[in-house]
Design a protein around this ligand. Structure first.
Ligand code: ADP
Ligand code: MG
Ligand code: ZN
Length: 484
């Protein structure tokens, strides 16, 4: 007999904070520099070097904690997490253990339209390790290179409660987390560059069972889609094991994206014992009420609140408001356009229908929207030109594309390409007459009652004017003339 199972998932995410310098030294955190350029005795772990805490990193972590609805601990403690690895020359990572920065938060996701809170167990701060680059293969000689540019870069680890029940919920949780961190400008959320990394813990249990099943930890997943796939694979694998009369082993498994499966890395017996202990080089970290208050006051409006406001203030649909608040720069772009043009809905349509499509077609990251060749001001001007009848809605599409391609002002594009709408009735009438004259058969049909052919005539007039004729005038004239 096949039983029904329920999946239980908890996520551990590392987010790199957007500071200019590292957590315990003044080295730069810039990504993509020549190896080992950004290093000093502190982040190389040389004997005798002492850590000095970067307060800006703490400020960002506090912001993240508040944005994720956590309670901040006034005092938290730095702890040494001991392990040996070539990219960790000190032999320990400075992290936080039993006294983390913040606890008891939540992220709200939507399951079939109903809000659900996923608990955030804890947020703690830690430094990143260096990076090992392996080259070649075992049998043909193999080299490993070490790059310590990343060593000491500030991270926060965000650990969820095991409240997630499906891979889709896990995806949603991650998307929300990334969105909130981006809105707060504390992390850029770039998974390819490793500024957001995620491990997933997954177990299954029989439906109705209260006790949690044995979990496996899935590592090495570098995109949201892969998190979803790895969890799905793991859930099926575990159910298969249980249905076959076996038991799930607690272990760490690696996601192999080319084979789309997880493979065992190490069992619980081989798990590290990190021998955490308070770091004697660093005092307790104190974040007092005043610091929390000041941070709270400096917080930007968060995505969910902004989405609700867009619905109320600009009469947007739930869907539109959701899309337009997916990133902070998109929300800012929309809001500026709405304010400058006084046409929120029309602005939203241009942004979602055209601008976002250009971005998608050219594979350009939406975060760069602040650098968009089309500015909110240009879009608002174009909307005004349509409203005044200077250009038709159809021509506006061309203008929009031209603005995106060239960054030119709409007025300039219209002048250069002679796109101004023809509203002169006399001029349009001449063309209408010509079209009627050229298509006697269709005119006959129309007059015999096939009035559905009106669109054909409109199309012909538009064709001969390059789409510039005022559509209302064209329609009116044609109706009148065709009626005979
Ligand atoms: P560790 O110290 O080994 O990382 P934690 O207890 O801190 O373990 O849990 C790590 C993550 O695993 C958390 O996100 C938690 O929600 C999740 N988790 C714990 N138990 C289970 C379980 N049985 N099934 C799925 N996830 C779990
Ligand atoms: Mg863990
Ligand atoms: Zn350094």
């Amino acid at each position: 007999m096949v039983h029904s199972y329920e999946a239980v998932i908890g996520l551990e995410c590392h987010a790199q904070l957007l500071t200019n310098s590292k957590l315990f030294c003044s080295c730069s955190t810039k990504f993509g520099e020549a190896p080992n350029i950004n290093t000093c005795p502190v982040c190389l772990g040389l004997p005798g070097a002492l850590p000095v805490l970067n307060r800006i990193a703490v400020g960002m972590a506090v912001k993240a904690a508040l944005g994720l609805n956590c309670r901040l601990n006034v005092e938290s403690q730095w702890a040494r997490k001991n392990y040996f690895y070539p990219d960790l020359p000190k032999g320990y990572q400075i992290s936080q253990y039993d006294r983390p920065l913040a606890q008891h938060g939540f992220i709200e996701i939507f399951v079939n339209g109903t809000p659900k809170r996923i608990g955030v167990q804890r947020i703690h701060m830690e430094e990143d390790a260096g990076k090992s680059l392996h080259e070649g293969f075992q049998d043909s000689g193999r080299n490993t290179y070490l790059d310590f540019n990343r060593s000491g870069v500030p991270l926060i680890e965000i650990v969820s409660e095991p409240d997630i029940r499906s891979s889709a919920e896990a995806y949603d949780y991650l998307a929300r987390l990334k969105q909130i961190l981006e809105f707060l400008e504390v992390c850029d959320g770039n998974m390819e560059e490793g500024s957001l990394r995620c491990d997933a813990n997954a177990s299954v249990r029989r439906v109705g069972e209260q006790k949690l099943g044995t979990r496996t930890e899935l590592k090495n997943i570098n995109s949201f889609r892969f998190v979803q796939k790895a969890i799905d694979y793991e859930i099926s694998r575990q159910i298969e094991v249980l249905e076959g009369g076996g038991r799930v082993t607690q272990e760490t498994r690696l996601w192999n994206s080319s084979e789309e499966r997880t493979v065992s890395m190490r069992s619980k017996e081989e798990a590290h014992d990190y021998r955490y202990f308070p770091d004697p080089d660093l005092p307790l970290l104190t974040v007092d009420a005043e610091w929390i208050q000041t941070t709270r006051r400096s917080m930007p409006e968060l995505p969910e609140a902004r989405r609700h406001r867009f619905i109320k203030e600009y009469a947007l649909s739930e869907y539109d408001a959701g899309v337009l608040t997916s990133t902070r720069s998109l929300a800012d772009f929309f809001e500026q356009t709405a304010q400058l043009s006084g046409q929120a809905k029309i602005g939203a349509n241009w942004i979602m229908g055209d601008l976002l499509r250009f971005y998608k077609d050219s594979n350009t990251d939406l975060k760069d929207l602040s650098k968009s060749p089309v500015s909110p001001k240009m879009l608002a001007e174009m909307i005004a030109l349509v409203e005044k009848g200077t250009i038709s809605g159809k021509i506006a599409k061309t203008v929009m594309e031209e603005m995106y391609k060239t960054g030119k002002e709409p007025q300039k594009i219209i002048e250069e390409q002679g796109l101004v709408q023809i509203s002169d009735t006399g001029e349009i009438e001449k063309i209408v007459d010509k079209v009627i004259e050229d298509h006697p058969k269709s005119v006959e049909q129309y007059r015999a009652g096939k009035t559905g052919t009106l669109g054909f005539f409109v199309g012909q007039v538009m064709k001969s004017t390059g789409g510039r004729a005022n559509p209302q005038t064209v329609n009116d004239l044609l109706r009148k003339k065709l009626a005979g």
